[in-house]
Design a protein around this ligand. Structure first.
Ligand code: GUN
Length: 598
């Protein structure tokens, strides 16, 4: 029902299919009052949204009969998710409806995503009470699934208690659903406790399957969107657009602006361009709320589109860091990610298309940077030399060069993220001054560099496997940098200029297969698809039987069958747990070329 199309760490663009209706995530489901859909449903259509959320408790109380279709009521053919009344209970006190009643009702009105009547964990509820409530929520989830056998949303509660949040996620995750809202976070957001929201999301997500669809209930302010999606949220719903409008407040990507603060001109917007500030203020309260609400929804949807673009271009961390600097409590929430490094790192690509942009001390805690530091730097001690251009070089593995990430082994100074980063005050040239040297000792240096990059990437020194005398290099005519690596005349590796890491060739894959124990660097596929893989077709997650646990997105891997016959090689788009847990989507992009040996 869910697959990843593009990803940047935990942030992902996915396709969710429910009852033959498809929706692209990340997505914002506007909250619609089912009996007050004008003018909202036309705005939803203008903005080309194909999902909304409405409330089954209000529908039921308002007399919308069982057996009628909620899509007809709304005049909307996209995905309609329904909530269950839990939020009304949180706002107004106890409701007299049972879980089963609400689930049956939602089913009868043809809701696409049914939500159980969960118990809301309030911030001031005791640990004991919440412990009982998450058990009861689990029971209700189980009841809902056996009643409907359908796509049921199972909210994760737990209040302010991390352990209960985790426990709730594990319990709900054991049920037959793929859709998990994070519940009880509205009060955190109302108090700007963004860090607690991120903690609740990551404690939930890290205890669910990677293929679970994560919904953040009521996460409506666009200034928080980048961090939410960076944490791997797929769906949000929002009534913020209208709530803020009622108070004459305009949402922006970085905060909120009061209408009274505008003298004349309003922000450029298709929904505001008929008015200046005075004219808008002279409208009736209802008219003004509608105009501002439409604009607020437009701003939110635009920000969401922007975020999708950031994910596609693998720029999410840069973007989220940049945005987090618009509010100190967003910055606090950004810092929270570091507490989850062990989890987040598993989903981090080995390199990104975009350079690491320094925005502050948090940049050095980014998971891709932190991994590089722990893998390449922390364990190294040695002689430090200058910044580029180097006035000195050495073959010793102990020679370190000063970089913004700390002292980096000289051999890794072109590998992501060292050369692919931008810090203030950096103006040095690339290292062509070194590599253009044609003295014999420089060739030696480059041969050693191949060895060390290979070790960084694959975990073993190349020359512990191969005879170094049979290695030859092909270098760029312009820059003198290493391009291709040959062994006994056959190309085995190509060094990518973009991230300073190797791509395998077919011969390189043979080398990996024979020198690394099964299942290292391998993705193991079902025999059924062997022939397709040999022909160069991509590997779909559905056909992955197992994979090396250390594989990260973007890693170069070899593709084998259960008997370790080499089928092809490629670039992983998922890590092992994703390859196994997802039933749809591409797991490895096949790189086999037509002139490869077969
Ligand atoms: N809407 C906002 N928060 C919640 C929640 O915790 N549960 C449900 N069902 N709906 C919500």
């Amino acid at each position: 029902m869910f697959q990843i199309l593009h990803r940047d760490g935990l942030a992902r663009i996915g396709e969710l299919e429910v009852k033959n209706r498809k929706i692209l995530t990340p997505v914002l489901l506007p909250v619609l009052h089912p009996f007050k859909i004008d003018p909202w449903i036309s705005v939803v259509k203008q903005l080309k949204l194909n999902g909304v959320i409405t409330n089954s408790y209000i529908l039921k109380k308002g007399g919308f009969q069982e057996g009628k279709d909620v899509h007809d009521l709304l005049g909307f053919s996209g995905i309609v998710m329904t909530d269950s009344g839990t939020f009304q209970e949180h706002m107004y006190g106890e409701l007299n409806v049972t879980n089963l009643e609400m689930v049956r009702y939602q089913e009868s009105i043809n809701s696409d995503i049914i939500t159980i009547r969960d118990i809301f964990s309030e911030m001031d509820h005791s640990e004991e009470k919440i412990r009982e409530d998450i058990r009861e929520n689990y029971r209700r989830g189980k009841e809902a699934i056996s009643e409907t056998g359908k796509y049921v949303a199972l909210p994760i509660q737990g209040g302010v208690y991390p352990d209960l949040r985790k426990e709730s996620a594990r319990m709900m995750g054991s049920l037959e659903s793929e859709y998990f809202p994070i519940g009880g976070i509205v009060p955190f957001m109302e108090r700007y406790m963004y860090s607690l929201v991120i903690e609740s999301i990551l404690n939930s997500k890290s205890n669910l399957k990677s293929s679970a669809v994560i919904h953040a209930f009521g996460a409506g302010h666009p200034m928080f969107f980048p961090l939410l999606f960076l944490a791997g949220v797929d769906v949000i719903d929002s009534s913020a657009y209208i709530k803020y409008a009622r108070d004459n407040r305009i949402l922006t990507e970085t905060g909120t602006a009061d209408l009274s603060g505008f003298a004349e001109e309003l922000p450029p917007s298709p929904y505001l361009d008929r008015f200046n500030a005075k004219e808008l203020l002279s409208l009736s309260q209802d008219e003004r709320t509608n105009v501002l609400g439409m604009h607020n929804l437009y701003v939110s949807v635009k920000e969401l589109e922007n975020i999708k673009q950031q994910i596609r271009s693998e720029n999410m961390w840069n973007y989220a860091e940049y945005r987090a600097h618009s509010h100190p409590l967003l910055l606090e929430a950004l810092r929270k990610f570091d507490d989850f490094y062990g989890y987040i790192e598993r989903f981090e690509p080995m390199s990104r298309k975009n350079p690491v942009f320094y925005t502050g001390e948090e940049t050095l805690k980014r998971p891709d940077v932190r991994r590089f530091i722990s893998k390449a730097i922390e364990s190294r001690q040695g002689v430090k030399i200058d910044k580029k251009p180097y006035s000195y070089y050495s073959d010793s593995p102990n020679v370190l060069v000063q970089s913004q990430f700390g002292a980096v082994p000289l051999f890794l100074d072109e590998t992501y993220p060292v050369a692919q980063s931008l810090f203030p005050g950096e103006y040095y040239e690339s290292s062509k001054d070194i590599t253009k040297f044609e003295k014999p000792e420089w060739k030696e240096f480059l041969i050693n560099k191949v060895d060390r990059i290979f070790e960084y990437q694959f975990g073993r020194k190349l020359y512990s496997i191969l005879d170094r005398d049979k290695i030859t290099l092909q270098r760029s005519k312009n820059t003198g940098k290493i391009r291709n690596v040959f062994y006994g005349g056959e190309q085995i590796l190509a060094l990518r200029a973009s991230d300073g890491l190797f791509s395998l060739t077919y011969n390189g894959s043979v080398l990996i297969r024979s020198n690394f124990h099964f299942p290292q660097h391998r993705v193991i596929v079902d025999k059924e698809v062997s022939e397709f893989i040999r022909q160069g077709k991509n590997v779909f997650a559905k056909f992955v039987e197992d994979a090396d646990i250390s594989i990260r997105p973007h890693d170069d891997v070899i593709i084998v069958d259960r008997e370790d016959n080499l089928l092809s090689y490629g670039r992983a788009t998922l890590n092992r747990e994703e390859m196994i847990e997802f039933k749809r989507g591409i797991a490895v992009k096949n790189r086999l070329k037509s002139d490869d040996a077969s």
